[in-house]
Each structure stands twice: as C-alpha cells, then as structure tokens.
Design a protein around this ligand. Sequence first.
Ligand SMILES: NC(=O)C1=CN([C@@H]2O[C@H](COP(=O)(O)OP(=O)(O)OC[C@H]3O[C@@H](n4cnc5c(N)ncnc54)[C@H](OP(=O)(O)O)[C@@H]3O)[C@@H](O)[C@H]2O)C=CC1
Ligand SMILES: O=C(CO)COP(=O)(O)O
Length: 296
Amino acid sequence: MTKIGVIGAGKWGSALAFALSEKCEVYITSRTPRDIKNFISLEEILKLEYLVIAIPAQQISSWLEENFKYNNQKILVASKGIEATTGRFLNEIYAKYVPNENIAFLSGPSFAAEVIKSLPTALVINSKNEKLSAAFASFFPSFIKTYTSTDVVGAEIAGAYKNVIAIAAGICEGLNLGKNASASLISRGLVEMHRFAKEYGAKDETFIGLSGAGDLFLTASSIMSRNFRVGLGIAEGKSKEEIVKELGEVAEGIGTTYALYEIAKKKDLYLPIAKEVYNMLEGTDPHVSLSNFLAS
Ligand SMILES: NC(=O)C1=CN([C@@H]2O[C@H](COP(=O)(O)OP(=O)(O)OC[C@H]3O[C@@H](n4cnc5c(N)ncnc54)[C@H](OP(=O)(O)O)[C@@H]3O)[C@@H](O)[C@H]2O)C=CC1
Ligand SMILES: O=C(CO)COP(=O)(O)O
C-alpha cells in the first residue's frame, strides 16, 4: 500500500485522510497535535514520498518558509485561495520549494462534510506532470471519480474565485433577492472568473467542467459553504471581523477578494463582482453594492 501524509487536520485535511485511507496507508499531522489514529510529527510526515497539504492559502508561504524541507516529495495541494498580501497564486508560492514535475493541485466540488460521509463526488487532479496526476488520481477511493488535467492555473483560479462569487451569492440569499437574481449572479460570476483566468492562459474547458462550473454551482448555492455563510453575515449587516469570529473556520473568499482587488487595480482588469464584494467587506451597504451590479 502506498503511504500518504496529510498536512493540516482541519475539515478538509481530515476528510481527505479518511477518503484516501480506502486505498492507501494514510498518516496525518497538524499545527495543533491531536489524539487521532496515525497522527505523527511533521518531521516524520515530511519523510513520506506522497504528501497532501490542506492548510489555508493565506498561511502557505510562511508555513513553507518555516517548516518545509524538500526531499523529492510529491505534493498534492488541497487549498483554494490567492495570497491577499501579494496577489500570488499558490503555484507561484510553491514554485520556490517544489519543482513543477512534483506538484499537483486538487479541484472540483468537494464539501468536506460530504466526503467524510463517503458521499460521491468527482474531482480533478491538475499537474504539468501527467504521470503524477495519474498517480494521485489512483489513490482516491471508489466513491470519488477522478479526472486529470494539465491546466494548473485555470483550476487554481477557478477554485479560488468561486469562493468570492459564493460570498456574493450568500449576500443575494440573505437579502431575499430571489432565485432569478441568484442564477444571474452565479452565471455572471462564471463569466467573470473565466475572463480573469484567460489573462493567465487558462483553458476554457476548465471553466465549464468540475473545477469551474462544478465547484462554483456547489459553493454558491449552499449554506454548507463557509464563504456563502460569510455572505449571509454581510447581508445581516455584520462586520467581516464578527463573521470570521463566528465562523471559527477558514473562509478563503475573504483573502482572495483582497488579492483580486489589488490585481485588478494593478492590471486594470474589469472584475465587477469581486470589486463589489471587496466594497461590502470594507463596509459598503450590500443594497448599494448589489444594485451596482444587478440593476440596469
Ligand atoms: N472544508 C472544505 O469543504 C474544503 C476546503 N478546501 C480548502 O482547504 C483549505 C483548508 O480548509 P479547511 O480544512 O476546511 O480549514 P479548517 O479551518 O477546518 O482547517 C485549517 C487547518 O489548517 C491549519 N492551519 C491554520 N493555520 C496554520 C498555520 N499557520 N500553520 C500550519 N497550519 C495551519 C490548522 O491546523 P490546527 O487545527 O492543527 O491548528 C487547521 O486545522 C482551504 O484552502 C479551503 O478552501 C477545499 C475543498 C473543500
Ligand atoms: O471548496 C469547497 C467545496 O468545494 C468548500 O467551500 P467553503 O470553503 O466555502 O465551505
């Protein structure tokens, strides 16, 4: 049996450790030690050949700098987000530590709460190294159908941007604007994230498939999504600080909104939904913001 190490025992790391244990011998580690099966130290886990990293995007660069030692490990990145302080994508951050041929990115619709109950889904392993994608794909359990793709940047942007649209969709729901408004917002969100990703050479098919439309439809239409719940909080007039405190888990859409806002300014890009989500996170009344992009 292949040995795999999962780094980050939050919601997603724990669900992936559970799922991968159908076909592999799985070990797990985290910043906060836990009394759970196969929990080992970071030092021990870094000796394994295959690693899955599931810590929040905003923490990745400092975590790598302080903790990671490259030793030819093959990495599957399970985080979804863009670094707020620098606007860097995760593949750019990891590039300093792991060569292209040894890194892959996971994408597609995947609420941890469903994966941990063995409910079915379909996911994509994205890597420039097709052999590596195929290897990681083979480790997934029978209840998860896996596909592979070489569109790393497309999958990464889709997974990060859909969290921003999910915040907007939560606001739409919280303000009781109705299903028409919600569908309009989600489809315009898909166009916006696709247009943004084309700037970076992403492929069209990524956006009509699991990584784009698949994950967007999931996250932007369910209260199970933390990002959607951030939107509900904004609609109730709460500040982002209050919302984050109440949530108690990561909502990557917040940091990603700030990253997109800065990238849009720097590159003069038209990202109307991301811009209004930014304004609302900064305190603009959601009625004002929503009328900016929904009213004619
Ligand atoms: N939950 C989901 O359904 C899905 C989540 N994702 C993505 O996976 C990533 C993780 O999400 P999720 O597991 O849900 O988040 P959680 O908030 O549940 O857990 C995050 C984990 O990251 C660890 N962590 C936080 N900060 C640091 C740090 N500075 N250094 C080291 N470890 C740290 C924490 O470890 P500790 O608790 O030990 O302190 C924590 O357990 C996010 O990018 C998310 O978008 C992707 C698909 C599905
Ligand atoms: O990425 C996810 C599902 O694919 C999880 O979304 P949330 O972080 O909004 O809960």
